[in-house]
Design a protein around this ligand. Structure first.
Ligand code: GDP
Ligand code: MN
Length: 388
């Protein structure tokens, strides 16, 4: 689960990690009022959406007057924000964070993630902050410092010293104590709240020598949310893709992709293989949809309705291997969905496994218009042909 920057900064503040003073605003007037109560000029107006790269898309504005705070807020709230992470249609912004502007001397990167190979949390620190860490890692790997943290012992002072003394040129010695304190607290936060990622980019050194978290990003492990009720309630359903939200209501695994082939499959492995063969056939899937191994008629119906309500979808591929799930259950679900929403795009079906004959018969007698494929490769070829 992701949360907003202002929520992450509240958690930082509680954990004793320095953040700029700021206030949340939902209207331009509120933003102007907020600025008057904060140290400035300059002030910073920051769009609150989950996607990163807001700076590049115009979602972070440093301004010098209260009037400009108001005008920028108006602008940010009235047009969807497009960043490298939002997709081409952008994300509507409902709130901005107004903050005191800081005089930046240097921008660092500080983050913690779980390294699956090491089976351990790793802390990442870099003097090339403010940029995408993936880019820094690709172009200047020597600038990205990584320390695995043994979860038995926790974060140790030597970790902070290893990071600090790798910096060139070496900053003022006074920074080490503050850096070690922020790193220790960030690690404690990461562990105690069951985070999957925490990131401060940039962590800035101000001209007056203070280290401050200028940005804040936290992702939580969904599987641990049951023991953090206060975190679970920070979820912002406005940030979820509409269809993804609908799918999760019905316990369907659905992920939006960029193509135009709607796919409904049972089982995550088969779903991934189906994505691959669609791509091999020269087409692009519009979604990943796994109704699950033991899906009911209802789930099939809801899954198909979700695909049909996506207007980008130009053809649908249903690829079902009846194991635990029976092919007749699938067929009944498809017929039910077709009764509730008209199927206006070509439908290609590949059925195999338990009760396959019964399933085919139900589909054949339904009056539905669809094409049958004998195997997954043929199915992908047929569906790709439809969108050429
Ligand atoms: P992101 O683009 O979504 O990661 O948003 P950030 O919060 O990281 O802000 C992007 C950039 O805006 C930062 O790297 C800074 O260069 C700049 N910025 C943000 N706040 C301030 C500030 O208080 N003063 C100055 N001078 N620049 C700021
Ligand atoms: Mn950032």
């Amino acid at each position: 689960m992701k949360i907003h920057e202002f929520q992450a900064k509240d958690l930082f503040r509680d954990a004793g990690i320095p953040v700029p003073s700021g206030m949340l605003a939902t209207t331009p007037d509120q933003a102007a009022e907020a600025a008057k109560g904060l140290q400035g000029p300059p002030w910073v107006v920051k769009a609150q959406i989950h996607a990163g790269g807001r700076g590049k898309g115009g979602g972070v504005r440093v301004v010098d007057s209260v009037a400009e705070v108001k005008r920028m807020t108006e602008e940010i709230l009235s047009t969807p924000l497009i960043t490298p992470q939002t997709g081409p249609s952008g994300q509507r912004v409902r709130r901005v964070l107004v903050e005191e502007g800081l005089d930046i001397d240097k921008e660092y990167y500080l983050g913690i993630v779980v390294d699956r190979k090491l089976e351990s949390p790793v802390m990442i620190f870099s003097q090339a902050g403010g940029m995408e860490i993936e880019e820094v890692s690709a172009s200047h790997p020597e600038l990205v410092l990584v320390e695995p943290i043994d979860s038995e012992n926790g974060f140790m002072p030597y970790h902070a010293r290893n990071f600090f003394y790798s910096l060139t040129p070496l900053p003022d010695q006074g920074m080490l104590k503050d850096l070690a304190s922020i790193m220790t607290r960030l690690y404690e936060l990461f562990i105690s709240k069951d985070c999957s990622l925490v990131e401060i980019n940039p962590l800035v050194l101000t001209k007056s020598g203070a280290l401050v978290a200028l940005d804040a990003k936290i992702n939580f492990d969904d599987n641990a949310l049951f023991r953090h009720k206060e975190i679970a309630q920070l979820n912002d359903s406005f940030e979820m893709d509409e269809l993804e939200a609908e799918a999760s209501k019905h316990n369907i695994n659905y992920i939006r992709l960029d193509g135009n082939i709607g796919a409904m499959v049972n089982g995550a492995g088969l779903a991934m293989a189906t994505m691959d063969v669609i791509k091999l056939a020269g087409a692009e899937p519009a979604n990943f949809l796994d109704v699950g191994g033991g899906a009911s008629e209802e789930m099939v119906k809801n899954g198909l309705k979700i695909i049909l309500s996506d207007e980008r979808v130009k053809a649908i591929l249903i690829n079902i291997f009846g194991g635990i799930m029976r092919c007749d259950v699938l067929a009944r679900g498809v017929v039910k969905a077709a009764k509730e929403i008209e199927i206006t795009v070509p439908l290609i079906v590949r059925l195999e496994g338990t009760n396959v004959e019964e399933g085919r018969e139900i589909l054949n007698n339904s009056g539905l218009d669809f094409l049958v494929a004998k195997d997954i490769e043929e199915a992908a070829g047929m569906v790709a042909e439809q969108v050429k």
